[in-house]
Design a protein around this ligand. Structure first.
Ligand SMILES: Cc1ncc(COP(=O)(O)O)c(C=O)c1O
Length: 415
């Protein structure tokens, strides 16, 4: 049994801010001491650039950097050469849109996304479509926040009305950062490949990899992208996993140092994947720090994390509905099995920023706004929501503090 109350002491931010109730892990997670120590270890023991030096500390930095690549590969069941370090999920998606999208998309081809995408997995495809004259198709959601992809009669996933022979790319989120919906990605991928075997499938897993087990071989997507900072690792590191044969065919995204094989006045040849996608000095300390985040996640176990968040989500929804029945509207699936630890809601007719700033006075950190999902909010017919999200360091006390905070919000704003 994991003692989730004890876990809080692994996160030094709570020592400096003992009253902090942090409910914004969807935006970025807090970092355990072991990750912070690893950053300090690099800067204080073997601060050097990687791949360049033939001296000891550079060799050590290179070894730690490459060890992280192996750790990430094992974590998602991939090959080492398929793991590319970028700056964040956003850059990973832009890399695919630029290096592959621009090569394969022609006029009138189709790119499919969903209405629940984060802007990171919406805007690059919208821009690419409009530049080339391709069609951006958008999968809608139903009243509960599920993708509308099921056959009305059989209730089985049916993409025949969405995917055609002209569809080149399907880019979908695994877990919605607003609705919390866990999409049935494995079934969607299987169904999509049946209809169009050539389709390229990209899964935005920014909200999935930190919270549930993601096995790239099992899912059979072409690309999986996520961010270190949402999985307890440092900021400034994104991960792009892609099938080796696709990465090998793709052109680099950025050109310069580190990614070349040979440069002459006439021409340049590039290294193989993953190095041809990692131009310039990367976030060395941060990549190395990420290795400790993965170790920490594995120590707790993703199954335990998933269950802990499910438990907190279920209890929070129950308490919100008990205390604020008729005043609060919670978005996303009613079935707790279909959602991650994310709860977005509207409260009376109060503005989300007013709610969040009153909660902030009570040391409760929640997110207010459109959460980089404006098309989704437009679809829901609202301007913004308040979002509370959970991770390993949250517990039931936080739920009660949120309830007390929201009672205060009501008292103040209802005057
Ligand atoms: C589902 C989803 N995709 C992409 C992103 C973008 O991540 P990053 O800002 O690390 O690029 C986020 C961030 O909140 C997200 O929730």
């Amino acid at each position: 049994m994991i003692d989730f109350l004890k876990i809080k002491s692994d996160f030094p931010i709570f020592k400096k801010n003992p009253n902090l109730i942090y409910l914004d892990s969807t935006a970025t997670s807090l970092k355990p001491q072991s990750v912070i120590d690893k950053l300090i270890e690099y800067y204080s023991s073997y601060n050097a650039n990687i791949f360049r030096g033939v001296y000891k500390i550079s060799e050590k930095a290179t070894e730690e950097y490459e060890k992280t690549r192996e750790i990430i590969a094992d974590f998602i069941n991939a090959k080492k050469q398929e793991v590319i370090f970028t700056r964040n999920t956003t850059e990973s998606i832009n890399l695919i849109a630029y290096s592959l999208g621009r090569k394969i998309i022609e006029k009138n081809d189709e790119i499919i996304v969903s209405i629940m995408e984060h802007h990171a997995n919406f805007v690059p495809w919208q821009v690419l479509s409009s530049e080339i004259g391709a069609v951006l198709k958008i999968i809608d959601i139903d009243e509960e926040g599920y993708l509308r992809i099921k056959d009305k009669k059989s209730r089985k996933i049916n993409l025949y009305e969405i995917i055609t022979k002209k569809t080149k790319i399907l880019a979908l989120t695994y877990i919605s950062n607003v609705l919390g919906t866990i999409n049935q990605i494995k079934k969607i991928i299987k169904s999509a490949r049946k209809i169009n075997p050539k389709i390229i499938i990209i899964i935005d897993s920014a909200q999935a990899v930190p919270h549930i087990k993601v096995d790239v071989k099992d899912l059979d997507a072409d690309f999986i992208v996520f961010s270190s900072h949402k999985m307890m690792g440092p900021t400034g590191v994104g991960i792009l996993w892609g099938k080796e044969e696709l990465l090998t065919e793709m052109f680099p995204f950025l050109y310069g140092g580190e990614m070349i094989e040979e440069v002459t006045i006439e021409k340049t040849t590039f290294k193989r994947t993953p190095y041809k996608f990692e131009a310039g000095t990367p976030s060395i300390a941060e990549v190395i720090g990420l290795s400790e985040a993965v170790k920490y996640l594995e120590k707790i176990g993703l199954e335990n994390i998933k269950n802990h968040e499910k438990n907190l989500t279920q209890k929070t929804i129950k308490r919100l509905l008990e205390e604020f029945s008729g005043k609060i509207k919670i978005f996303g699936p009613k079935n707790i099995e279909d959602r991650g630890g994310i709860i977005s809601f509207t409260f009376d007719n109060f503005h989300s920023h007013d709610i969040a700033s009153i909660l902030d006075n009570e040391n409760i950190a929640v997110r207010a706004g459109h959460h980089c999902a404006m098309p989704l909010h437009q679809r829901l017919g609202i301007l913004s929501t308040v979002r509370a999200s959970f991770y390993v360091y949250n517990n039931e006390e936080d739920i009660e503090k949120l309830i007390i905070g929201l009672k205060k919000v009501y008292q103040i704003l209802k005057k």
